[in-house]
Design a protein around this ligand. Structure first.
Ligand code: NOJ
Length: 547
């Protein structure tokens, strides 16, 4: 039985859907809400509890929904408000939870607020965005760089001032130093919570506040940002990212979310920085419930890599805090790995302590699909079209994706035309491997999909895997390729061991006779069997030891 004091969101499993690429129900080549409703049973049977949706509210789609022009209505290519309400109902009817993407930092430049704001210097909404005089007619107000490089200041000729955009030029940042902005955005948060959503993923949350006196950012030697360090483009972004006021804002937002406690809701922040730095957003259980930890995206799929990762996470997110376990999303390259590595990664992600966030298609091992920059739809890629393709590929291998189309290709449902995603030509090409890699084909037998299903079922049958303490065993010098950790209940009456062999040699297992194997990556469908004598090459197992 789950320990009653552990809130649901700390025990949950999250599946991310990028609506545009999931399932197209009306044959226009673009995924939609009705399509998602039709596929909800798939996610339910797979075994996830919570679904996070990338944005589907009104937007000119210049950044495919992350440029919102109306937070309270639905973009017509995705559906209608009735369909959205039905989606919320249908998710709940399946005992599942729904998390929306909340873009607080910026709006679209087509949002009526920005249209008003840019119309004149004395418009009442002028101060809803961040406007400054340049240092000269062609010189921006200061040296601040956008998150994606280049100056984040953009000159508006009509009023001869510059507005600030942390991300792309058509995504002007809201000015949270204006209390009316804060209230308006909290109003939107409350609106969706009243509609019944169970939480939010917070887009580039760590950019909300910038230095109020607009001091220049200092020089840095770093050419590119990384998952662990958001400094880059030869600049330390101490005045633009992770500002102390944003940490305080996390607590204000938490209070708004806590107004809705039946059921309890949660927020998870997209933030960048070292594990130690981003931990601060969670405060003392009074800030964000969780933050994404992206270090995992660059961690090698090895015993040593994962061992260092859990030690880092356990050090900075001890109970009652909870880490997140992330291996992909709509901005990152899909990691290339062997089938065995994919199974080991899934076992790690679903059994280590932390809330797993699984990006659509990971469960069938969907692959990164290279798409030339010249054909890209992604606005980052179109901005960087001048970059030679080999440089873009090199940067991608470093984990920074210039052309995010490559990880957003349509979900591969079956081997029919367009992978069963749409009867029309999809908005992005499907991966060529779809005839041999799709849901229908993996529904039977010893597949990666069945590996995910078996693991998610295990989590429900053995809740100690959801809430148990995490104890990792130091790597045994004789078997340096084996990762071993144990999940234990508070009364220590139950414990489950997870052993992952990342090496090509079998490893003998010595354990008590009362041990049973609950799951093996080699035979996910097999169910419980007696204790094996060895761990096969590249095998991961979950063991129950009765006391
Ligand atoms: C982060 C989102 O994940 C990304 O897709 C988006 O383009 C930017 N924030 C801007 O909203």
């Amino acid at each position: 039985m789950p320990e009653p004091s552990v809130p649901w969101w700390k025990r949950t499993t999250v599946y991310q859907i990028y609506p545009r690429s999931f399932y197209d129900s009306n044959g226009d080549g673009i995924g939609d809400l009705q399509g998602i409703i039709e596929k909800l049973d798939y996610v339910k049977e797979l075994g996830f509890e919570t679904i996070w949706f990338s944005p589907f509210t009104m937007s000119p789609q210049a950044d495919f929904g992350y440029d919102i022009s109306d937070y309270l209505s639905i973009a017509p290519e995705y559906g209608t408000m009735e369909e959205c309400e039905r989606l919320i109902e249908e998710v709940h009817a399946r005992d599942m939870r729904i998390v929306l993407d909340m873009v607080l930092n910026h709006t679209s430049d087509q949002h009526p607020w920005f249209q008003e704001s840019r119309s004149s210097r004395d418009n009442p909404r002028r101060d809803w965005y961040i406007w400054r005089d340049g240092r000269g007619p062609r010189t921006p107000p200061n040296n601040w760089k956008a998150m994606i490089g280049g100056s984040g200041w953009h000159k508006d000729d009509a009023t001869e001032q510059w507005y600030w955009a942390t991300f792309l030029p058509f995504q002007p940042d809201l000015n949270y130093r204006n209390p009316d902005v804060k209230e308006a955005m909290f109003g939107i948060v409350r609106h969706w919570l009243k509609q019944g959503v169970d939480g939010f993923r917070l887009d580039i949350f760590n950019a909300i506040y910038k230095d109020a006196s607009f001091q220049n950012n200092p020089f840095s030697r770093r050419p590119l940002p990384s998952e662990e360090n958001p400094d880059g483009f030869f600049q330390k972004n101490e005045n633009t990212i992770n500002h102390p006021d944003t940490f305080a804002f996390a607590k204000e937002l938490r209070q708004v979310v806590d107004e809705f406690d039946d059921p309890e809701r949660f927020v998870v922040g997209e933030v960048f920085g070292s594990t130690e730095d981003v931990r601060r957003y969670c405060g003392d259980q009074d800030g964000l419930h969780m933050v994404f930890l992206f270090k995992s995206l660059q961690t090698p799929c090895t015993a040593k890599g994962y061992s260092a990762l859990i030690q880092d996470y356990e050090r900075h997110f001890p109970e009652p805090a909870i880490p997140t376990l992330v291996f992909g999303n709509h901005d990152r390259p899909r990691r290339s790995k062997t089938e065995a590595q994919a199974r080991l990664q899934a076992t790690f992600q679903l059994t280590a302590r932390g809330v797993p966030f699984v990006y659509y298609g990971e469960e069938i091992g969907m692959q990164h699909r290279p798409i030339p920059l010249a054909q890209a739809k992604d606005p980052i890629a179109t901005q960087y079209r001048w970059v030679p393709q080999w440089v873009a590929n090199w940067i991608t291998r470093k984990g920074i994706l210039l052309n995010r189309d490559e990880c957003r290709t349509p979900m591969q449902w079956d081997s029919s035309q367009n992978a069963g995603f749409s009867v029309e030509t999809p908005w992005l090409p499907v991966h060529e491997d779809f005839p041999n890699r799709n849901v229908q084909q993996q529904e039977k037998g010893n597949s990666l999909l069945n590996c995910y299903k078996a693991l998610l079922k295990l989590l429900k049958e053995h809740p100690v895997l959801q809430y148990g303490a995490m104890e990792w065993k130091p790597i045994n010098k004789e078997h340096p390729k084996v990762l071993h950790f144990v999940r234990t209940s508070a009364d220590r009456m139950q414990s489950i061991d997870v052993m992952l062999n990342f090496g090509k040699h079998a490893v003998p297992l010595a354990h008590a006779s009362k041990t049973r194997i609950l799951f093996s990556t080699l035979a996910p469908e097999q169910g419980t069997v007696d204790a094996p004598k060895q761990l096969a090459p590249f095998e991961g197992i979950v063991l129950y030891v009765s006391h």
